[in-house]
Design a protein. Structure first.
Length: 261
C-alpha cells in the first residue's frame, strides 16, 4: 500500500477490517480486506440502523514506523492490538512483547469519506489467472526504472509482456524487451483475441511481491485500453484488489499531439 499513496485509509466493517490507499493522480487504488477470522478478536464497533461505522486516515509513514523491522517483530511480539478511538482522534497500536513488555503507539488521524474505486470485474472481457511466481519471474527482465509495461495476447493463447515505447521515440535509440508466456503457464486464460493494455509497473511489482510471499494466485481482469485493469488475490481470510488506470489508444492523427493517457 505504501507504493500507492502517502495516506492509509482504515475502515472497520462487518465483513472485516479494510485498509486502502490511492495515489495523488487517482490512477491507482488498492484495497486489503482482512476478514474477522483473520484476527483472534475482531470488534468493528457499535452498529445499528442509524449508526455508521467510523473510518479514518493516517500518514502511511507513521503507520509503517510501528512495523519497521518485521524479522525482529516476529521474534519478540506475541500479538498486536489495533484500537480506534474516535473521540480522542487517536489510532492506538499496541505491541505485546515477550517478558511482559508492551509498546504503545498513538497515531493522530483525520476523519475521511469512504474511499472506494468503482469497478466490476464481472464485466471485464478478459481474465487471466496465474501463480504469482510466474509473473514475478517475467517482470524481472524489465529494468527497475521502467515506468510502463504492455500486456497483450497473441496467437495460440500466448501472453506477451513488452516495455512500452512512445510513438515519437527514435527506434534506433530504444531498446525493446518482449517475452512470451505459454497458455499452460496460467491456471486459466479467457481473453479477447488481439487485446492489450499498458499500465504502470511500479504498483504491479508491489502486489506481485506480496502475492508471491503469500503464495496466492493472481487474477488479472481487463478490458480495452483506457479502461481500468483490476488485479485480485483471494484467500479465506483476505481479499485484495489493485485497480490501475491503463493508457488509451489514440487514433493515429498527425495533427493531434500525443498524450500519455
Amino acid at each position: 500500500l505504501s507504493r500507492i499513496g502517502d495516506e492509509l485509509y482504515l475502515e472497520p466493517t462487518e465483513s472485516g477490517l479494510s485498509l486502502r490507499a490511492v495515489n495523488s493522480s487517482r490512477s491507482a487504488f488498492a484495497s486489503f480486506l482482512f476478514a474477522p477470522l483473520f484476527f483472534q478478536l475482531y470488534e468493528p464497533g457499535s452498529t445499528g440502523p442509524d449508526t455508521e461505522l467510523f473510518r479514518c486516515k493516517v500518514h502511511m509513514k507513521s503507520f509503517l514506523g510501528v512495523f519497521r523491522s518485521l524479522p525482529s517483530l516476529e521474534k519478540s511480539v506475541g500479538k498486536c492490538l489495533i484500537l480506534l478511538k474516535p473521540r480522542a482522534s487517536r489510532l492506538v497500536l499496541q505491541l505485546h512483547c515477550k517478558y511482559g513488555v508492551t509498546k504503545t503507539h498513538n497515531l493522530t488521524f483525520q476523519e475521511c469519506e469512504r474511499l472506494q474505486a468503482v469497478f466490476d470485474t464481472q464485466r471485464c472481457a478478459s481474465r487471466l489467472c496465474a501463480p504469482a511466481r510466474v509473473l514475478a519471474e517475467a517482470v524481472v527482465h524489465f529494468p527497475p526504472t521502467l515506468a510502463e509495461v504492455t500486456l497483450g495476447t497473441g496467437p495460440g493463447g500466448k501472453i506477451s509482456l513488452r516495455n512500452y515505447v512512445e510513438d515519437e521515440a527514435e527506434p534506433s535509440k530504444t531498446m525493446v524487451t518482449e517475452l512470451w508466456l505459454a497458455e499452460d503457464e496460467f491456471q486459466s486464460v479467457a481473453v479477447s483475441p488481439g487485446s492489450h493494455i499498458t499500465f504502470c509497473l511500479k504498483e504491479f511489482r508491489g502486489l506481485l511481491s506480496f502475492a508471491e510471499a503469500s503464495n496466492l494466485p493472481l487474477t488479472i481482469h481487463f478490458d480495452e485500453p483506457g479502461r481500468p485493469v483490476v488485479y485480485t488475490l483471494d484467500d479465506t481470510v483476505l481479499e485484495v484488489h489493485l485497480v490501475l488506470a491503463t493508457l488509451s489508444d489514440l487514433e493515429s492523427d498527425s495533427q493531434s499531439p500525443s498524450t500519455n493517457g
